[in-house]
Write a protein that binds this ligand. Sequence first.
Ligand SMILES: C[S@@+](CC[C@H](N)C(=O)[O-])C[C@H]1O[C@@H](n2cnc3c(N)ncnc32)[C@H](O)[C@@H]1O
Length: 311
Amino acid sequence: MNTTSPVDSYLIHIPVMLSEVNHALGVDQAGVFLDATFGGGGHSRAILEANPANEVWAIDCDPEAETRAKILKETFSDRFHFYRTKFSAIQALPEVFYDGALLDLGVSSFQLDDPRRGFSFRHSSTLDMRMDSSSGISAETFLNTASRAELIEAIRDFGEERHWKRIVNAILSHRGMQETKRSDLFVELIVSCYPLRERFRKIHPATKTFQGIRIAINQELLELQEALSKIFTRLKPHGRLVVISFHSLEDRIVKQFFREKAGLTKSQTILTQVAHTEATIISKKIISPSKTEIARNPRSRSAKLRVLEKL
Ligand SMILES: C[S@@+](CC[C@H](N)C(=O)[O-])C[C@H]1O[C@@H](n2cnc3c(N)ncnc32)[C@H](O)[C@@H]1O
């Protein structure tokens, strides 16, 4: 039975740093694993295929990920469990302790490439951008109702956009108009806020604003902060937490959390660390995708992988 929607069926998501993740989680040894960002199930499937005794508990808040999870359920039956929820709500899952847990942050290609979801500035669509399309507010509602301070937080702080002031003013003066409802017109509005000489650079002018708004409406940084400690409490002794992040704000939160758990003060480096408190940082250096992977899957280029092991 084909459980994917017509749009879904031509979209694919290539799992990032698959072998590095499998190695870090130690999936060859039979174990119980958490995939907190199921997406298209690329990592879940690889874990389940690595050892016939492996079990995966998967989470995703996207209703369309739940549809894709049914395909894995049919194949792997009792070894695979899926919950449609936010990863910060992991406490609501049965009290299982994991040998390894994965957070592969951000959006999937299923979400990015589906014009109905409004994540991409390359499509002409309504501005939605919700990971869980069944709850919360859309980007359109955000643009038309958020306070100036909320818009500044999204575009300046979460998007790290240099021209935030002009863009915020342009949004406020185009409320109720098509420019704050349709992605193509919103993109034109952002571009018009850029000086001419900066409009045609390699990075599209809308990239940072779209990222900031997405982070704001999905409360991505708050979700991550909450999830890290909750997932950590569900690891078995020697259980590993593997996190793939795609931008500096996420990576900073992950790095800080890992250092806290490893008992590192600001001045200590991983190499001089003597007393571990709750965990050991396994990834002494950030792990990045290989050149070959980036050539095959350019979307992996900004991925950073960090690994922590509970004591
Ligand atoms: C980069 S994709 C994961 C791709 C997956 N590893 C694969 O190989 O197919 C990230 C997924 O995490 C989900 N997600 C993001 N934030 C979430 C949250 N706070 N709670 C639950 N799921 C979330 C998104 O809906 C998306 O499907």
